[in-house]
Design a protein around this ligand. Sequence first.
Ligand code: F6P
Ligand code: MG
Length: 453
Amino acid sequence: MSTPALCPVPPYSTGDETSFGHTSARSRWPIIITGVVDDLHRSAADATGAKAEEGRKLIEAFGALKHEVSHDRTLEPLEDDGGEDIAVYNAELARQGPMSYGNAPWLYSECYLYRKMYLLLQKTEHWKDYDIYGRQKMDAFVQSGRAVSEIAVRYKGLAGQLDGVSPEQLELLFREFVDISLWGNATDLSLLTSLSLEQLQSLQGEKARKESEKYILANDVEAAFAAVKAAPGGGIDIVLDNAGFEFYTDLILGLFVLDSKLASTVTFHTKRMPWFVSDVIPADFDLLVDALASPADFPDHRPELDFLVDKLKKYHAAGSLVITTSPFWTTSLPFWEIREGGLGGGDAVRSELLSSKCVFFKGDLNYRKLTYDSAWPTTTPFKTALGTLATSGVKVMSLRTCKADVVVGLPAGKSDELEAAWIAETTAKGKPQVGKAWCWTGRWAVMQFSDGL
Ligand code: F6P
Ligand code: MG
């Protein structure tokens, strides 16, 4: 087994009071577990016999986990549930040394927590495939109906004309659909513990998107377009983040790339298990398509939605829209392991991604993994923060709204400016925060590219 690719810069820690990791571990994780317990209560109430009995035990187990987290217990090696990733988690725990939830590398401990929740399900007979976040994912999607319709109307209006567009128009449209997919990431259910649904909705819609352009701090969309159009046909990949509205925007980007013949395949990479509350798992594709097809869930603009549903089903059946997964995405490992001999499945993922014209990595958690979730100076070049991935041959395009501490590739002075403005803004509202909290809210974003060479 090869040794892990190590980062020279220290990782963000849940023990650092100025890191969002601290707030996450102390405040958000217990709330998230409480949400799971509430959900299990509802589902267990509908179950009968042995399943209902197991449901009650599961609720107790999640209660105990919440106690562990709230009382800052030590992270113990994970029990073997048959998953090949368990050994990877335990090797990392042994390598990184003893830690407690409240004083641990943020990336490792947060992934460990989500893996542990899945482990509790794996120990049951009847709840192994139960999505503990499924209900909230679908509820939130259905509530984003206005923005879903708006995009469907835009897409249907456009799709028939794609054959006749000029290269300049094609690039403009590419930018538009990349933008839509980027801002789709502002909707993250794990943040709903601090953001209301109303606030979430206001992040969506075309007007909001246009106004948001000034919040994109680094924008390499031109380089990504050059990579995608470099050769006719071929494939692109999208390493997904959240289900529901964000996944819908990613599928629209995929449809656009296929319909405009910029690529002949789009491969979507999902998580293998329920993850970080809202992340896409394989079952979410059918659930999303069924919801879009349902007049009860989306009563308005049926012709436009039916048009999309039809396209998604056809491309999927034809094998040009592919849904796949790998155990690598739910390890705690940074994407520096997407390299020859990379650990935890990183080697296999690299082989899969090498032929891609461009791999879009969606969202904040993927960005943290790209950059080793480490305390880089904000002016660090993106490629430096990608470490071994920067020269792995894989073309990377990150579409990320900032919801954590790490950010790189900013011009000199930019983060100081944003910190000062954030302190002034939060102080004026009577709720002063540390300056670097500007980077935690999803208001700002980066789109950063690496050619893999
Ligand atoms: O910021 C809270 C958090 O849970 C982070 O730990 C994580 O990076 C992010 O939310 C998830 O956001 P996204 O869904 O964009 O990856
Ligand atoms: Mg997510």
